[in-house]
Design a protein around this ligand. Structure first.
Ligand code: SME
Length: 159
């Protein structure tokens, strides 16, 4: 494997290139979201759930994902996903069991990152990735996931 640096940042960078190649010029939103979830789930180490929640009014609704079946609706402000929307920023949780209001969809999850995705300047939804490893998402990983977020925004704005 080509992961020569710490905290999987190399893995993340390679996947960002693959994500661009996979979704560039594809005019189908659901296909792009589904392939993005599949790519991240397949390529990233120590990930047990990867997918999307899409904002409808003040509720996040489950979108394409890979992993165990998950909760369908998350109100803005609830859970890690709802907190990321309310605060309008990426939230990386080192230990989900210490995050007040965390919504447990898979008991294997111990850490989580949620990246808001914007369309026309407003939050459209979130990318949500869970890990069984406590502290899985380092500051370098956060930069990598925000890079995924920019690629996702580039196809969301087409859809
Ligand atoms: N843990 C999330 C809920 C979604 S699952 O992780 C797939 C949260 O607290 O918002």
């Amino acid at each position: 494997m080509n992961n020569t640096s710490v905290n999987n940042i190399t893995v993340n960078n390679i996947t960002a290139q693959e994500l661009s190649a996979l979704t560039d010029g594809v005019p189908h939103l659901i296909a792009n979201l589904a392939n993005t979830a599949a790519l991240l789930f397949d390529k990233l180490e120590d990930v047990n759930w990867a997918g999307f929640y899409i904002l409808q009014s003040d509720t996040l609704v489950l979108g394409p994902f890979c992993g165990k079946p998950a909760c369908i609706e998350i109100p803005v402000g609830k859970g890690v996903c709802g907190a990321a929307v309310k605060q309008g920023r990426t939230i990386a949780v080192e230990n989900v069991h210490e995050f007040a209001g965390h919504i447990a969809c898979d008991s294997a999850s111990n850490s989580e990152i949620v990246v808001p995705i914007r369309k026309d300047g407003k939050i459209w939804g979130v990318l949500d990735v869970d890990s069984p490893v406590t502290g899985r998402f380092s500051d370098k990983d956060i930069a990598g996931f925000e890079e995924y977020g920019r690629i996702i925004e580039s196809f969301v704005k087409r859809g």
